[in-house]
Design a protein around this ligand. Structure first.
Ligand SMILES: [Zn+2]
Length: 116
């Protein structure tokens, strides 16, 4: 029973590092970027050039001059959708089990396998 719940969790966690995703809500709606980091516990994602925040830094350490540093802040995965490389649009993902038992993500629209 334990294994079963684990499987379920993996299926739900469909976005992986290096995926190409589109922001579907929030201030960066419409932006497309690459997933830099997935927060396993938080379910929040760091996406290239999305949700840029400015941080004021004090002089010292690596940053000798101080000033304003721009960096990505994590956003919730409910705000993004995975892009299908074939459809060139954000799509719903479904999970398909292959003959060898591996589960792959497929595009809900064109059925193209998204996992390499
Ligand atoms: Zn597709």
């Amino acid at each position: 029973m334990k294994n079963r719940s684990q499987e379920k969790e993996n299926v739900r966690c469909r976005i992986k590092k290096d995926d190409k995703v589109k922001v579907i809500s929030g201030k960066d709606k419409g932006k497309i970027g690459k997933v830099l980091k997935v927060g396993r516990k938080s379910g929040r994602l760091l996406i290239e050039n999305v949700n840029i925040v400015k941080r004021h830094t004090k002089p010292g350490g690596k940053n000798k001059q101080g000033g304003i540093l721009e960096s990505e802040a994590p956003i919730d995965k409910s705000n993004i959708m995975l892009m299908c490389g074939k459809c060139v649009r954000p799509v719903r993902i479904s999970i398909r089990q292959l003959e060898d038992g591996n589960r792959v993500r497929v595009c809900g629209k064109c059925n193209e396998i998204i996992d390499a």
